[in-house]
Design a protein around this ligand. Structure first.
Ligand code: FES
Ligand code: FES
Length: 161
């Protein structure tokens, strides 16, 4: 079947690729653009490992046809750091032992970023809700929730400085 063009922005850089008509965004990110920080766990929309943002909205890239991102702006885990500086969320995950095997971490951090961008001062329940689509097999979730709350506080301090 003839391949189709997809042109979009990923982490601030334009990407233009020809893809199979049924290709999913996760495949294009990982296999064509070498953005392998986006993980693929289930390919069925149940684990959240493949979470990225499109125009600021969280989506599961394993279920999103690549053609749907034409003209849109995608942010992956590789786009969360700024000028080589880890985002406070990433720092809090590292220092708060919120990562063990790391398989869920990219999706968790992207979900956390979407939450804190929209709600800089979330409650614990709001954090739990925000990562409810992201499965972690290792941490028991508490270190992740604490890391996100800690990062939220850190971001608020940085913003007010
Ligand atoms: S790989 Fe997409 S939800 Fe599991
Ligand atoms: S750290 Fe292993 S799945 Fe979350």
């Amino acid at each position: 079947m003839a391949r189709v063009p997809v042109v979009f922005t990923v982490n601030g850089t334009e990407a233009a690729e020809f893809v199979e008509p049924g290709a999913m965004l996760s495949d294009v990110l990982r296999d064509k653009l070498d953005l392998t920080g986006t993980r693929v766990g289930c390919s069925q929309g149940t684990c959240g490992a493949c979470t990225v943002m499109i125009d600021g909205e969280l989506i599961l890239s394993c279920l999103t046809p690549a053609q749907r991102v034409n003209g849109k702006s995608v942010v992956t885990i590789e786009g969360v750091a700024t000028n080589g500086e880890l985002d406070p969320i990433q720092q809090a995950f590292a220092t708060g032992f919120a990562t063990q095997c790391g398989f869920c971490t990219s999706g968790m951090i992207v979900a956390a970023k979407a939450l804190l961008d929209a709600n800089p001062d979330p409650s614990r329940d709001e954090v739990v809700d925000a990562i409810s689509g992201n499965i972690c097999r290792c941490t028991g979730y508490e270190p992740i929730i604490n890391a996100i709350l800690s990062a939220a506080a850190e971001r608020r301090v940085a913003k007010s400085a």
